[in-house]
Design a binder for this molecule. Structure first.
Ligand SMILES: C[S@@+](CC[C@H](N)C(=O)[O-])C[C@H]1O[C@@H](n2cnc3c(N)ncnc32)[C@H](O)[C@@H]1O
Length: 377
């Protein structure tokens, strides 16, 4: 884009770049143009769209908020802000804040472990809820880091309104960027974090806990949560299988589409689907957050069927022990938590016979466990 072009020509050309998916180029052009015309609403608008597409949500909002201030009734701007906010705070965040079982397990552990001498370091502030619980439990000081700008800003204001600004410091960092003494005056006594998804590990929790424990926690410090155990059971459920596979529809064979959904897994509440449990619960893995956890790259699990049937996949759940006495359990038919359960569907269902064993390959990835019936390789 040449600087000599008229404004309309310039905007048309960056709009073309955006439509073509060339977002980085568009951002570069628009940033240059904004240096010549700071605050120009057309330029800010287009840059916000490109930044949102690039996943730079902080950047997108930084361009959108001034536009909203200038024109509070502009529906297009409001809609774009809504779109970005939804990405920043997905709907589950609200269910999570209301999850009493989760909240009580964390607050119970904090109350029993925090002392007036404790320095607490939290990974992932969110709304500030757990950091405020730690402060209420009497910690000397709480340091908490949040990678997402708009979430962090909201947390800072929430903490201020709850009268805890002098007890909690919110760091604008990924936990992996936190440094002693620049951000944290000394190693923490307690490392706190709730970075878990329905399959436990979705948010790369092990990686972040390992890093923070190694660099930022005193050698005899405490990690909350303490440990977790992930369980599974074989299930038969054509209804759940249908949510992640396709066959003949309206007389057309669409089955090739299944190749695009490799090792499908999904969050759902098992009781909402017709299903049969075909095995007793079995342990997939115990994890201690207190020590380095070597991932099992691959192992074998043998599971006996307690019923004959067609096994479409594995339902997974976990027990998360925040300390020795407090835990959250996401098992089917237990108290409901915002995590529901996690169901992994096989590429091909397996016929099982009551009393006979099925052998599975257990793989641990950074974000989940996966079981594959042996014959599937
Ligand atoms: C599941 S929420 C929990 C929020 C809050 N601690 C609570 O329990 O209510 C996790 C938050 O941590 C942030 N987060 C995840 N990993 C992080 C990391 N390694 N460093 C900083 N923030 C992180 C996410 O952006 C998200 O806001």
């Amino acid at each position: 884009v040449s600087p000599q072009t008229t404004k309309k020509g310039f905007i048309d050309s960056v709009a073309l770049l955006i439509r073509a998916g060339r977002y980085s180029e568009a951002v570069k052009e628009l940033t240059r143009a904004l240096e010549l015309a700071p605050g120009d609403s057309d330029l800010l608008w287009h840059r916000s769209v490109a930044l949102a597409q690039l996943g730079d949500l902080d950047g997108a909002l930084a361009d959108l908020y001034p536009l909203l201030r200038a024109e509070p009734k502009n529906l297009e701007v409001r809609n774009q802000i809504r779109y970005v906010h939804r990405k920043v705070v997905p709907e589950w965040h609200f269910d999570m804040m209301h999850d009493t079982e989760r909240n009580q397990a964390f607050e119970g552990a904090l109350k029993s472990r925090v002392t007036p001498d404790s320095i607490v370091l939290e990974i992932g502030t969110g709304s500030g809820l757990l950091a405020m619980m730690a402060a209420r439990a009497g910690a000397r000081h709480v340091f908490t880091c949040e990678r997402t700008g708009p979430v962090r800003n909201a947390a800072i204001e929430i903490i201020r309104r709850n009268g805890l600004a002098d007890k909690i410091t919110v760091l604008p960092l990924w936990s992996t960027e936190v440094q002693i003494p620049r951000d944290l005056p000394e190693k923490a006594d307690i490392l706190l974090g709730e970075l878990f998804g329905p399959a436990l590990l979705e948010e790369q929790a092990l990686y972040f806990f390992d890093d923070a424990r190694r660099r930022l926690l005193k050698p005899n410090g405490t990690v909350i949560p303490l440990r977790a155990a992930v369980y599974g059971a074989m299930i038969e459920s054509a209804a759940i299988q249908q949510r992640s596979s396709v066959g003949i529809v309206s007389g057309f064979d669409l089955s090739l589409f299944n190749g695009l959904r490799d090792d499908p897994g999904m969050q759902l509440l098992l009781e909402q689907y017709p299903h049969r449990i075909l095995s007793k619960p079995f342990l997939l893995r115990e994890i201690s957050f207190q020590e380095v956890s070597e991932p099992i790259r691959e192992g074998e699990v043998r599971v006996a069927a307690i019923e004959s049937g067609v096994c479409h996949g594995i339902v997974q759940w976990f027990e998360l022990f925040t300390d020795e006495t407090h835990l959250v359990n996401t098992a089917p038919m237990k108290a409901r938590t915002h995590w529901d359960q996690y169901v992994q569907i096989f590429q091909r269902p397996v016929t099982v016979q009551k009393g006979k064993e099925i052998s599975f390959v257990l793989r641990q990835f950074s974000d989940r466990f996966s079981l594959t019936p042996r014959m599937e390789g």
